[in-house]
Ligand binder design. Sequence first.
Ligand SMILES: [Zn+2]
Length: 126
Amino acid sequence: MHKKLIFKREVVNSILTFCKMHHPNEAILILRGNNKKDTIIVDNVMIPPMAEGGPYYAGFPLDMLPGDMSILGTAHSHPSGSAEPSLTDMNHFSGIIGIIVRYPYEDNDLFTYNLDGEKLEFLIQD
Ligand SMILES: [Zn+2]
């Protein structure tokens, strides 16, 4: 994927705050926005229906996702402090991008991956 990836500042703030609130449990959010020809813009987050937070894995049934084309993927926290996607993460990957936020959930603790588990560069925009 060679598209430009942009996160709105407020989206990043929401994700970081949400992760901090749920620590030491894992938190998960749905990412929404626009998948354009050259650019992917994430401008909205949503709390997934029936989210189950636990110390090891935060998940939700994929068939509970609304059939909504604005869904780009998910963001979830790693209270352990690891930035690497786990095997479970890769098996549960949905959408086109996945964000992992490691403890202590600051700007530089946010990492984005594609379906193949490759790290993606992104910009934070106001
Ligand atoms: Zn994970």
